[in-house]
Design a protein around this ligand. Structure first.
Ligand code: NAP
Length: 252
């Protein structure tokens, strides 16, 4: 890998780094040289072991991102742990599956709070520091195919992920000239806990697989290397993009 993809000396904050896509991203960023701060409810023991085994520093901020936390305090704790932060990955996300006619206000608010509200205010808290330092920074939000499509029986998730794409572009427009790159990754169908229900449903699983040009579910590592790219100097002129990593789903 050329030096443009190296992250030595950088500090990355990754939400939801205890499992799934966030874990793969955190470990890949550490593999490229970054120290990592994880933000999640659950203890990220496995992620910590993988990252310290790579010789990188690891710090965990315990936080329920669905409880409208003080985003400035979260980023402040990360900064206090390692001096400064350079990269923010807003990965934590939840989904609720219910037909729209029965969809509850709780399932609407819970999803929007984690997927959108926390994402925006963590972007704000990180960017304030990037701007104050004058060093710029990288922000990567995890969007979805449902940033482009409607999905089935997941209205609050679709609303949140369309909004994540919009906010990514809006913030890129505000901060690009000041050395802050705000981009998103739109994962396709990735085999994690988030999609277990789909893989357990034989009919949906067959329909999904039949539509993916690559002919397989993605895995979390497929997403992680795209995150390394967007976090690295190789992406210095990439702003406001929503990068699909989807086995060709959207091309079809
Ligand atoms: P996952 O395995 O279910 O992991 C979700 C992560 O989010 C966990 O680390 C979880 O931590 C964290 N999280 C959820 N609610 C939280 C809260 N209230 N406070 C703090 N952390 C919270 O899902 P995944 O598939 O890796 O998804 C990661 C991201 O990718 C999400 O934004 C998801 O929407 C997006 N995505 C996934 C797919 C896919 O096919 N899997 C496709 C498109 C987009 P806890 O364990 O502590 O709850």
């Amino acid at each position: 890998m050329s030096n443009a993809f190296k992250l030595e000396g950088k500090v990355a904050v990754v939400t939801g780094a205890n499992k799934g896509i966030g874990q793969a991203i955190a470990v890949a960023l550490a593999g490229a040289g970054a120290d990592v701060v994880s933000v999640s409810r659950s203890a990220p023991d496995e992620t910590e072991a993988a990252i310290t085994a790579l010789g990188r520093r690891f710090h965990h901020v315990a936080c329920d991102l669905g409880a409208r936390p003080d985003a400035d305090a979260v980023i402040g704790e990360a900064e206090a742990a390692f001096g400064a932060i350079d990269i923010l990955v807003n990965n934590a996300g939840i989904i609720r599956r219910t037909p729209a006619t029965e969809f509850s206000e709780k399932d609407w608010d819970d999803v929007l709070d984690v997927n959108l509200r926390a994402t925006f205010f963590l972007c704000q808290a990180a960017a304030r520091r990037f701007l104050a330092s004058g060093n710029g920074g990288k922000i990567i939000n995890i969007a979805s195919l449902l940033s482009f499509q409607g999905g089935i029986t997941v209205p609050s998730y679709t609303a949140s992920k369309h909004a994540v794409a919009g906010v990514t572009r809006a913030l890129a427009n505000e901060w690009a000239s000041q050395g802050i790159n705000v981009n998103a990754i739109a994962p396709g169908y990735i085999a994690t806990d988030n999609t277990q229900a789909l893989r357990d449903n034989e009919v949906r699983n067959r329909e999904i697989l039949g539509r993916i040009p690559a002919g397989r579910w993605g895995n979390a590592d497929d997403i992680a290397q795209a995150a390394v790219f967007l976090a690295s100097p190789a992406a210095n002129y990439v702003h406001g993009t929503i990068l699909p990593v989807d086995g060709g789903w959207l091309a079809r």
